[in-house]
Write a new protein. Structure first.
Length: 295
């Protein structure tokens, strides 16, 4: 399993080239629950001003010591696992398209961003925050299936244990699911960190921004399929191109709203691993997985 930032499908909203900063996280996962290597493939946008959240920031956010009422979403009115919209600070979303664009053809290969003018995004809401995973399970999944010491045997043992079934169902969901957990598994052995779903839970008033982000991922996934791009490296390259060329660039531009989710008014900035400039880190995974699936 390989995880990379903004790698398509776990994907790429590479923005440096198109002026927006998006940064979905990408995880490529082999047929087996093999070990994962985090690698950055998203172009860094210096204007974003984001960096990896510190442990202190994450701890403050998760325990409420930063004064934010948004982080204990399970206590929100309605009990649906979303935060209180009354204390949410909206950000501006501009230019969200209703479809993708023309193909960005490349000679001599079928692996290029195909025409997505008929593409229409479909929002998939996140699973409600019901506390499916203990902190130990969240860390053990990382150690067994994602981290540098992960291996097929350890991952198979962890995922095969009945005691972990409920937690696994929240940590990783297929792209065909009706609701997404912390990680989204796309075809072509690609897994995406569900930053969009995390934002929807942490800051419900910014649902439109979250929807635009996920739409961009879906557009790139549709434009570059594993059937056309057999090699994983080609697939990732295709999706990065799709994000910055006519095919899906409009979504990348609109998803720049995510760069506004920073500071004390936006807990999602720390909880949802938004704008991490380097490799997808243990901190990125832990903060998002704990918020979306932790007890």
């Amino acid at each position: 399993m390989t995880v990379g930032r903004f790698a398509p499908a776990l994907v790429v909203c590479v923005v440096a080239a198109c002026g927006a900063a998006t940064d979905p996280v990408l995880i490529e996962e082999p047929a087996t629950e093999a070990s994962t290597t985090f690698e950055t493939i998203q172009a860094e946008d210096s204007a974003a001003g984001f960096g990896d959240a510190t442990t202190a920031t994450l701890d403050a956010a998760l325990d409420g010591s930063d004064g934010s009422p948004l982080l204990h979403a399970s206590d929100a009115a309605g009990g649906d696992g979303t935060a209180d919209a009354a204390v949410c600070t909206p950000v501006v979303v501009t230019g969200a398209p209703s479809s993708g664009g023309l193909a960005c053809t490349a000679s001599g290969t079928t692996c290029y961003p195909h025409d997505e003018t008929a593409f229409s995004p479909a929002w998939v809401a996140p699973l409600p925050r019901l506390g499916h995973c203990t902190s130990t399970q969240i860390m053990d999944f990382y150690t067994s299936c994602i981290g540098g010491t992960a291996n097929d045997s350890a991952c198979a043992t962890w995922t095969g244990a009945s005691a972990n079934a409920t937690c696994l169902g929240c940590l990783k969901t297929p792209s065909t699911a009706t609701a997404y957990g912390a990680l989204i598994q796309f075809p072509g052995d690609v897994v995406e960190l569900n930053e969009a779903g995390c934002v929807a839970l942490a800051e419900p008033c910014n649902l439109e921004c979250a929807q635009t982000w996920l739409a961009g991922i879906q557009c790139r996934e549709a434009a570059c399929t594993s059937t056309e791009c057999i090699e994983q490296s080609d697939l990732l390259g295709c999706t990065m191109t799709a994000a910055t060329c006519a095919t899906c660039e409009a979504y990348t531009q609109a998803a720049g709203c995510m760069t506004q989710l920073t500071g004390p008014d936006h807990p999602a900035g720390a909880l949802c691993a938004i704008g991490s400039e380097n490799d997808v880190t243990l901190g990125d995974y832990t903060s998002l997985a704990t918020f979306m699936c932790g007890m």
